[in-house]
Design a binder for this molecule. Structure first.
Ligand SMILES: [Zn+2]
Length: 550
């Protein structure tokens, strides 16, 4: 009885969300980050489909790429100018004048499409949720229209404005109306320029992204001063930045910088910052000063010139750090990481790293990609997953070094996955393990049986190894996988029927099984499979039938 009541309550709870007023449901959709997630709500129920449709009627997306191909020319053939009384003044002034004599039918169609949609669908609305404009060709010709369209969107109290303007060597200068809107909460810009004298006052802006833009230190300063509610700021491959200093953004939570021109320093003072990404150029001399970010939880650094001292100094400011990702930090040689909060650590292609001392008792996941294993000491008793990838042709992992590293995980319930292009070795028990081969590519340690299956599955997808060797326990789930997926494989697998790209099972021609026993396998049966692969996928059952029928 109790259970039934609980279920009923849950059902009522689920309904309560759907019963909320439409504007609140629209707000829920706004909070979803990805367009795909928003679209997915439309399949929840009929009610959500209606909500989604009404929400989408406030979203305007104009993408010039849809007017790109020669096929598009026919598709948009029907578009004609509206009657004169419905045309915008900019259209009457500019359209025939600047585009009348030019043979650019697709640009003309694109302009007509946007003009017509604005006049018929957008104009009648009191306000709009999102306005996205993606242009990549003849920005010069389009500039007067873009200025007009953007001002229509800001007049309609747009919440999310997304302008992508790509052209060679020039930047589309954004009109002033963009920077003084009180309703914009998200501003995403690509390839645009901001005038030095632009007055910036976006009092409700939460999300700012500027990519491949021409900006400068003063413009960033003006954004910081004029947009006090920014929570998420991304400056990706922007030209013109030298000193990037950000303070006085009390709500700043995420910050990303990808260096394009030569940054001299990035100085952040943001007490609520939890995530920071820095991707420097190969030649970067940028100094990172992050002392004022004591609450940082996720840190990603790609900085080829950052020295040990600078790294150690910065890392000491983050007592709450939970995730650290160091990518291509080629100047690092010796690092020490002491943290009782760190859960995830990735060291990827830091080529000069010789020594890493890690004392992180709560670390759950460790990933390393490189040529040598630099771990000098590792105290991480709660580790669940370890990934080691050898990405070099030379494959310098020394068996002894590796053996020593793996021995540290003995008796803690880890399973080992060792793989190269040719061989896969899986050990469900590490005791008595002696590694013979040093030519390994991928070494993973995991406690989860399901993960082991996933690893094997994805390795077979990427490579077609000749041998698989297993040291399993008699009750292993992996034996079921081997039985069902490999040994009992149908001659012509019926999976992937509707996919053009077939899974590995369609390439597997023949399997030979060798069971053998060794000293260690009295309890743990060992088996070795020899696999023969076909170069192209084996025919599907229907194909076989068709061939037979004829
Ligand atoms: Zn398949």
């Amino acid at each position: 009885m109790v259970e039934i009541t609980n279920t009923d309550e849950r059902a009522v709870d689920a309904d309560r969300i759907s019963e909320l007023p439409e504007h609140i449901l629209h707000h829920i959709l706004c909070l979803l980050h990805w367009p795909m997630d928003i679209a997915r709500t439309s399949i929840l129920s009929k009610k959500w489909k209606v909500i989604w449709e009404s929400f989408m009627s406030f979203v305007f997306d104009f993408d010039q790429r849809r007017f790109q191909s020669s096929k598009a020319a026919d598709k948009w053939d029907h578009i004609q100018p509206l009657p004169v009384e419905k045309q915008s003044s900019i259209f009457k002034q500019v359209f025939e004048e600047s585009l009348g004599g030019i043979e650019l039918p697709l640009i003309r169609k694109f302009i007509l499409f946007v003009e017509n949609t604005i006049a018929t669908r957008l104009d009648p609305l009191p306000s709009i949720q999102k306005f996205r404009l993606h242009v990549f060709f003849s920005v010069d010709l389009l500039t007067p229209f873009m200025n007009h369209w953007i001002s229509v969107a800001t007049d309609k109290n747009v919440n999310e404005l997304d302008i992508y303007a790509k052209m060679d060597g020039k930047f589309y200068m954004l009109p002033q109306v963009v920077f003084v809107s009180s309703t914009i909460t998200s501003l995403k810009l690509y390839g645009c320029g901001v005038g030095d004298s632009a007055v910036i006052k976006l009092q409700n802006l939460r999300e700012l992204s500027m990519k491949s833009m021409r900006i400068n230190d003063k413009i960033v300063h003006n954004f910081v001063q004029g947009c006090p509610l920014i929570e998420d700021m991304r400056l990706i491959n922007c030209y013109g930045l030298r000193l990037l200093h950000v303070s006085s953004l009390p709500k700043l939570n995420r910050f990303a910088v990808h260096e394009r021109s030569s940054l001299r320093s990035v100085k952040l003072e943001a007490t609520n910052l939890e995530m920071f990404w820095f991707h420097g150029k190969k030649s970067s001399r940028c100094k990172l000063i992050l002392a004022g970010c004591g609450n940082l939880k996720h840190l990603t650094l790609k900085h080829a010139r950052m020295a040990d001292k600078s790294f150690q100094e910065n890392i000491s400011y983050f007592p709450l750090l939970e995730m650290l990702f160091l990518l291509q930090c080629h100047a690092l040689q010796r690092i020490t990481i002491l943290s009782d909060k760190l859960k995830k650590l990735s060291l990827v292609r830091c080529h000069k790293l010789k020594e890493a001392n890690i004392d992180a008792p709560n670390l759950l996941s460790f990933e390393y990609t490189g040529t040598e294993l630099p771990l000098s000491s590792m105290n991480a008793s709660r580790l669940q997953e370890v990934k080691l990838h050898v990405k070099s042709q030379k494959q310098k992992f020394h068996p002894f070094e590796l053996q020593k590293f793996i021995a540290g995980f003995d008796g803690k319930g880890f399973k080992l996955f060792l793989a190269s292009r040719q061989d896969v070795n899986i050990y469900e028990e590490l005791r008595g393990l002696h590694l013979l081969h040093s030519r390994v590519y991928k070494i993973e340690l995991t406690k989860s049986a399901r993960m082991l299956e996933n690893l094997l599955n994805s390795h077979l997808r990427d490579f077609h190894p000749k041998t698989l060797t297993f040291m399993t326990s008699p009750i292993s789930d992996l034996l079921v996988f081997i039985q069902e997926k490999i040994l009992k494989k149908e001659k012509t697998p019926s999976c992937c029927k509707y996919y053009s790209k077939k899974c590995w099972r369609h390439y597997l021609e023949d399997v030979k099984l060798f069971e053998f026993s060794s000293a260690a396998s009295a309890v743990n049966p060992s088996m070795s499979l020899e696999l023969k692969w076909s170069a192209s996928p084996l025919p599907l059952p229907e194909d076989v039938e068709i061939t037979e029928a004829y």
